[in-house]
Design a protein around this ligand. Structure first.
Ligand SMILES: [Zn+2]
Length: 129
């Protein structure tokens, strides 16, 4: 069906940009202020957000844990590049606001004794392949 997406649909940079609206948001998604990564108590989903697909490339068995940083930014920084082929972006699921199409990324960090659900709004200007 046109316009429908499944969670295992792989999105590259081009597909991601095409599916998303600007990073400004709307009344529906205004509660999500997460320009950089933020921890949430549980993964976010419908009806707040609509699933778009995944950034995990099915052709790669074990996505890299290498991170990519721009000058002056760090992992948690609001202006950190959305580096699609680097950690953690290469393991993220992609969501968007059904009203304004603002995009969000989510992944779960699992340590030995904890899991940490993380969400970050997508500023299309920060997307790097
Ligand atoms: Zn919105």
């Amino acid at each position: 069906m046109p316009g429908m997406h499944a969670m295992d649909d792989f999105l590259n940079a081009e597909g991601l940009r095409a599916a998303l609206g600007p990073a400004t948001g709307c009344d529906h998604c205004a509660g999500l202020q997460c320009a950089g990564w933020e921890s949430v108590t549980a993964p976010l989903g419908a009806p707040l957000l609509q699933p778009l697909g995944t950034l995990r490339d099915p052709a790669i068995d074990e996505p890299t844990y290498l991170e990519r940083h721009a000058e002056g930014t760090s992992f948690w920084h609001a202006r950190a590049p959305v580096a699609l082929t680097h950690f953690p972006y290469n393991r993220c699921t992609v969501w968007r606001c059904p009203q304004c199409r603002r995009g969000f990324l989510q992944y779960t960090e699992a340590g030995g004794y904890y899991v940490d659900h993380r969400v970050r709004a997508i500023d299309p200007a920060l997307i790097e392949a």
